[in-house]
Design a binder for this molecule. Structure first.
Ligand code: NDP
Ligand code: 8X3
Length: 248
């Protein structure tokens, strides 16, 4: 099989858009998420070969089982996009919901590690591969009420740097993409389905779209072998920092 990319969180937002743009680059795609019907919809839309893997990144055994179930013809994964993740809640630490904290740490940090640990040894064996970690501006700075989400994305930032060091000399590239405000289902998840509140996050300015971020991922993935874009921050023009947004 030609080039293969595995994308976690392909059922929505940045992951979905990345699937569409990497398909345009000729990648066959292993698309992952929990919502089977979304994976079916995406697969029908794409003109490349797709393999759908339904698993929850929090489930350590489930991740292993899903990755082990990949048929031999799909095993030589060239690109891993570690994208699955969300914020859960936005409140002062002293008022925080501990279930939300568990979710963010388990999904954004441990889930990313479980998937990476299952896939990267194959890349090392083949002497070739590219990991794209989706971090956040929340992994570069902290904002009020963001506490544990910011901590989870700071962990991604650290793991991204650690991976790049540990994989140096193996032929495996490691890159991070840190977006600011992107209008996806992200805020709907953060605010537990409160659509008025989530729409408000993107009001009064032009937020990034998922495709803006996917386009950066495509750029990073399509650089020549000797070039690694190791880290990037992508903001909407109206945003200068997590809490500085020019709303009209
Ligand atoms: P969406 O909510 O649109 O997408 C999140 C994706 O993650 C979905 O495909 C979802 O799939 C998947 N996911 C969530 N939880 C799990 C889980 N337990 N197991 C497997 N998959 C899971 O948000 P975005 O596209 O915006 O978010 C993608 C990434 O970008 C995240 O890591 C987020 O932190 C990051 N990011 C987002 C920003 C934004 O402003 N939107 C800014 C900076 C970073 P399913 O529910 O089907 O499992
Ligand atoms: C998502 C962007 O500002 O909500 O990581 O943290 S923000």
């Amino acid at each position: 099989m030609d080039k293969i990319a595995l994308i976690t969180g392909a059922t929505s937002g940045i992951g979905w858009a990345t699937a569409e743009l990497l398909a345009q680059e000729g990648y066959n795609l292993i698309i992952c998420g929990r919502r089977t019907e979304r994976l079916d919809e995406l697969s029908e839309k794409l003109s490349v070969n797709t393999l759908k893997l339904v698993f929850d990144v929090r489930d350590r055994a489930g991740v292993k089982e899903a990755i082990n179930s990949i048929p031999d013809s799909w095993k030589s994964i060239d690109v891993l996009v570690n994208n699955a993740g969300n914020a859960h809640g936005l409140s002062k630490l002293q008022d925080g919901d501990i279930d939300d904290w568990d979710a963010m740490i388990d999904i954004n940090v441990k889930g990313l590690l479980y998937v990476t640990r299952s896939i990267v040894p194959g890349m090392v064996e083949r002497g070739h591969g590219h990991i794209i970690n989706i971090g956040s501006i929340a992994g570069k700075e902290v904002y009020p009420n963001g506490n544990v989400y910011c901590a989870s994305k700071h962990a991604v930032d650290a793991v991204n740097n650690g991976m790049r060091m540990d994989l140096n000399g193996t032929g495996v590239k490691v890159s991070q993409v840190c977006p600011g405000l992107v209008e996806t289902e992200f805020s709907l998840v953060r605010f537990k389905g409160d659509s008025d509140r989530s729409k408000g996050v993107y009001e009064g300015f032009d937020a990034l779209t998922a495709f803006d971020v996917a386009d950066l991922i495509r750029f990073i993935v399509t650089r020549p072998t000797h070039v690694n874009i190791s880290d990037t921050i992508i903001f909407p023009t109206a945003q200068a920092a997590s809490t500085i947004v020019d709303r009209k």
